[in-house]
Design a binder for this molecule. Structure first.
Ligand SMILES: NC(=O)c1ccc[n+]([C@@H]2O[C@H](COP(=O)([O-])OP(=O)(O)OC[C@H]3O[C@@H](n4cnc5c(N)ncnc54)[C@H](O)[C@@H]3O)[C@@H](O)[C@H]2O)c1
Length: 281
């Protein structure tokens, strides 16, 4: 498949480019500038806030992985909105014009609020994709809106597949995740994380979905960053939140059934190896 990847120079973008090439795909890498040590693929520079540039950047692609974004609410709110909300609208419009029928968008667990909220609020554990949003900050809100933009496009393009991946705290592996998120730091974000390999695998699997339509999937590791049993974490930090499915051992707080059902993505696997389902053929 000929895949265009926005945000290709970023932390996850570099991994998705490299994995897509390994899987036999043709890659068009898009970012504001070509990085110093750029992967040997076709690079196109484009500013996502400019629809004309996005139209040109997406020309000739069959699949889209949209990762480009401002990834923190510390940026001025208008900039976050222009880049993340307008940028997503622009890639969706250009994808429609170019007839791209496989679209993967980077969302975040923060679409419902969490790490950037004054006090994270959860209604039940595990958290499912149907959980209402209580987001407050510009970044989290932009990811919630990204999902609505995706849903609207899916309604008017019933032949195409749109997948919004709710990623979480991207890290190299479990050891790295544990070293960078202690118990207190993990409270607002429920000790969740995603390996870069897992996120990259989910992006490629999303382009090979067998059914069209809009889907939102948690792409979060099956085990937390903590050694404390999840039942104990829930009791200690969220004593009033109902636990609707047993949190055995160090089971993660985000339900990942949708990613399994829709993408065949396994939360128990850190995905170091390519699966045949990610490949070009
Ligand atoms: N890193 C995480 O822990 C995490 C967690 C959840 C979701 N996500 C999402 O995953 C995606 C990738 O994250 P990342 O960690 O690789 O981020 P990153 O900041 O490393 O990369 C983002 C890329 O987007 C590009 N970009 C920004 N503004 C642009 C514009 N106007 N036009 C074109 N390109 C622009 C940047 O140049 C950068 O290369 C993002 O959408 C992010 O919100 C990341």
């Amino acid at each position: 498949m000929r895949i265009v990847i926005t945000g290709a120079a970023g932390g996850l973008g570099r991994r998705v480019v490299e994995r897509a090439v390994r899987a036999g795909h043709e890659v068009i890498a898009v970012d504001l500038a070509v990085p110093d040590r750029a992967a040997a693929v076709e690079w196109r520079t484009a500013d996502l806030t400019d629809l004309g540039q996005v139209r040109t950047a997406l020309e000739g692609a069959q699949g889209l992985v949209h990762l480009g974004a401002l990834t923190h609410p510390r940026h001025p709110e208008p900039d976050v909105f222009r880049t993340n909300v307008d940028g997503t609208h622009h890639v969706l419009v250009a994808a429609e014009e170019h007839g791209i029928e496989a679209v993967c968008l980077a969302s975040s667990v923060n679409a419902i609020g969490g790490v950037f909220s004054a006090a994270a609020r959860y209604d039940q554990f595990p958290v499912t994709e149907e959980h209402p949003t209580y987001c407050e900050d510009s970044y989290s809100l932009s990811k919630w809106i990204l999902e609505q933009e995706s849903a609207a496009c899916a309604r008017r393009r019933p032949e195409a597949a749109f997948t919004a991946l709710r990623l979480h705290a991207l890290r190299e592996d479990h050891a790295h995740a544990r070293a960078t998120m202690n118990e207190l730091h993990g409270v607002s974000q429920l000790w969740g994380w995603t390996s870069f390999d897992s996120a990259a695998a989910a992006c490629l699997l999303a382009l090979h979905r067998s059914t069209p339509g809009h889907a939102v999937c948690h792409v979060v590791a099956a085990r937390t960053t903590s050694e404390t049993p999840s039942v104990e974490l829930a009791r200690r930090w969220y004593p009033d939140v109902p636990v609707e499915r047993a949190l055995t051992g160090c089971t993660g707080f985000y339900a990942t059934d949708a990613a399994k059902d829709v993408l065949g993505w396994d939360a128990c696997d850190e995905h170091p190896a390519l699966s045949p389902a990610e490949s070009a053929g």
